[in-house]
Design a protein around this ligand. Structure first.
Ligand code: CU
Length: 146
């Protein structure tokens, strides 16, 4: 009986985490078309998105620790991590489940390709890396696509 109650507790904890985890705030400039496409992609994949329009994106990226050389257009914030640029949802979900002690993940710049969500402006795939950024600002490869 004790084990059964524990199981119920674990299952319900898991369900409530699953719901709250997928709320993301996305900062972007009002004129950014590819940012809006990435937001639509997140919504299609079950994320609850709050879009926040800013004219100057610099301060918010600095506040959350996005390194100057690894920035992109929009900046998402989820569970205190930043998700910078056109990051695929698989990588966001992996971040939320592994909960590493890092500042966030980023796809620097704006690679164009069918495998870059929101940047499907060419027929071919892009070769690109999703990087993770440690709290000290150093980076390493989180995931690679080609
Ligand atoms: Cu973009």
């Amino acid at each position: 009986m004790k084990n059964f109650l524990l199981l119920i507790l674990l299952v319900s904890l898991n369900i409530s985490c699953g719901v709250t985890n997928e709320k993301i705030q996305v900062y972007m400039t009002p004129s950014c078309g590819c940012c809006k496409k990435w937001v639509s992609y997140l919504k299609e994949n079950g994320f609850e998105v709050e879009s926040i329009m800013l004219d100057d994106m610099g301060p918010i990226k600095t506040k959350y620790g996005v390194p100057e050389g690894d920035r992109s257009c929009h900046t998402g914030i989820i569970n205190s991590y930043f998700v910078e640029g056109h990051v695929p949802v698989n990588d966001i979900r992996e971040l939320l489940s592994k909960k590493p002690d890092i500042a966030g993940i980023t796809v620097p710049g704006m690679p164009a390709g069918q495998n870059v969500p929101g940047m499907e402006t060419v027929d071919t795939n892009a070769e690109y890396d999703v990087l993770y950024v440690r709290n000290d600002g150093s980076t390493d490869v989180w995931n690679s696509y080609n």
